[in-house]
Design a protein around this ligand. Structure first.
Ligand code: FRU
Length: 491
């Protein structure tokens, strides 16, 4: 039956491909060939290749019964779409193969995921059953389902119980799950010798509705530079100051996980990325020891104009994680320099209360530049990207001297989207180093070598390609700008 369901899903994708609109299609970010994508799942390195699976609805560009889409790459730059790996349809995953992870054991690739069933009306999430399931593959392409491996939550009454992340520690398999107990979130841990039989170990961390939200989706737990990191996607946080303005967040806590399965935190809860569109981040350990991370570069309930073009959703660029005291740093994976086609160096110099058109334009671009704060007097200065000829469309990245923040403004970034996000710039900091990636419908800004990131979707018209450097009320001093055209890989 699984094979027949997969065939049916592939036929739906084939049919939709002919109708797909490509104006917003990413050139070098992973997106579904057609239909809907959300969370990255099952990030894993298997027989010399990176595999990325993702939550996928092949029958429309809306969320629906979740399948696992699949792509693989040797170099993190070029990706090959593979057949859909999992389709829902068995009694235990009838309404969705929800998020999960992948591991390699004895040269076999295993997927561990949540089987989802609506017990009442579809969409009534107070009446659901969630179980943890296993599937495996000998070739990394076609998967055989093994059924349920964890049938019930450790306490009766826990219905939201999902997104297994499995990893190896101390000669055993460990699994982290996100759960909701009443209105409070939990991080639950299980252990296994064989991936089939799981024992409940602990509630590694118990949160409280205030201030932790009501559910921690997509947990990940890993060692990084001598500490343990709990990375998760909390639901139900309220905006506070400049933080938590998205519908849901992507947060992390640094601490230590002991052998009995208890996580003790040190430091604050922090947001991982400060853009509008970043959720459900997951990591893998690369063979060279790097911790690589991808997120869904969208947000629940936000405008998604590409749905009208029969596809929706993209993943962030892969990022290398490192720890800097109590904070995580995210840098673009070093392999991404492989996207660079041609380099232009631009000397903008000082811009005095003006808006200067650069003699470069484009949609697929990478920038490296510095903003020289010490040499500037402007209230605001920075770049306007993806500008239309009449400048009605524009996406701004600038330093706000009064607020001392680096701002990403997509108030005029094209179809559907709006809003402003920003990150703090320390008092006394004299320059800001920026690395910016533009694709047809996204912008990722890496601030000060990945100390902060802002990732957002934008939907300008294809011909909105101009770039300006601007300064408001005073002088804005720009360091040398390196600008690369990036490859169109048609992902
Ligand atoms: C996170 C999430 C997961 C769930 C999946 C369903 O975005 O809600 O908790 O497994 O998406 O698609």
């Amino acid at each position: 039956m699984h094979a027949a369901l997969l065939d049916q899903a592939h036929r739906a994708i084939e049919k939709t491909l002919a109708e797909r609109g490509n104006d917003f299609r990413p050139a070098y970010h992973l997106a579904p060939p057609a239909g809907w994508m959300n969370d990255p799942n099952g990030l894993v390195f298997f027989r010399g290749e990176y595999h990325v699976f993702y939550q996928h609805h092949p029958y429309s560009a809306q969320w629906g019964p979740m399948h696992w889409g699949h792509a693989r790459s040797r170099d993190l730059v070029h990706w090959e779409h593979l057949p859909i790996a999992l389709a829902p349809g068995d009694a235990y995953d009838r309404d969705g193969c929800f998020s999960g992870s992948a591991v390699v054991a004895d040269d076999r690739l295993y997927l561990i995921y949540t089987g989802h069933v609506w017990l009442g009306a579809p969409g009534d999430d107070q009446n659901i059953r969630q179980v943890q399931c296993l599937a495996s593959s000998s070739d990394g392409v076609s998967f055989h389902k093994h059924g349920v491996v964890i049938e019930t939550a450790p306490e009766p009454g826990i219905m939201h119980f999902r997104d297994p992340k499995v990893w190896r520690r101390g000669g055993q398999w460990w699994m982290a799950l996100g759960a909701r107990r009443g209105d409070d979130p939990q991080l639950l841990l299980y252990q296994s010798d064989d991936l089939q039989h799981w024992e409940y170990l602990s509630c590694a961390l118990q949160g409280q509705r205030q201030p932790d939200g009501y559910m921690w989706e997509c947990p990940d737990l890993f060692e990084l530079d001598g500490s343990d990191v709990f990375l998760y996607s909390p639901q139900g946080l309220k905006p506070s100051g400049h933080d938590n303005w998205n519908k849901f967040q992507n947060s992390y806590r640094i601490g230590l996980l002991d052998d009995r399965g208890f996580f003790s935190e040190c430091g604050k809860v922090r947001e991982l990325d400060h853009g509008h569109d970043f959720y459900a981040a997951q990591t893998l350990l690369a063979p060279d020891g790097r911790r690589l991370l991808w997120a869904w570069m969208d947000m629940w309930d936000s405008p998604m104009p590409s749905q009208a073009h029969h596809w929706c959703g993209a993943l962030s660029l892969p990022r290398e994680l490192s720890r800097d005291g109590e904070r995580l740093r995210m840098r673009p994976a070093r392999e991404l320099t492989g996207l660079r086609q041609s380099l232009r160096s631009l000397s903008i110099g000082a811009v005095e209360s003006a808006d200067c058109l650069l003699d470069e334009r484009g949609t697929l671009l990478e920038f490296e530049l510095t903003l020289d704060l010490a040499g500037s007097t402007a209230e605001r200065f920075g770049l306007a990207l993806r500008c239309s000829e009449d400048r009605q469309e524009r996406t701004l990245v600038y330093f706000d001297a009064m607020a001392r923040r680096l701002v990403l403004d997509r108030q005029h970034s094209g179809a559907g989207v709006s809003g402003v996000r920003s990150v703090p710039i320390a008092a006394g900091q004299t320059r800001i180093a920026l690395r910016i990636f533009l694709d047809r419908s996204s912008i990722e800004v890496f601030v000060d070598d990945g100390a902060y990131c802002l990732s957002s979707r934008i939907y300008p018209r294809p011909d909105s390609q101009a770039i300006t450097a601007f300064a408001i009320n005073g002088c804005g001093a720009f360091g040398e700008v390196s600008l690369w055209r990036l490859a169109d890989l048609g992902l």
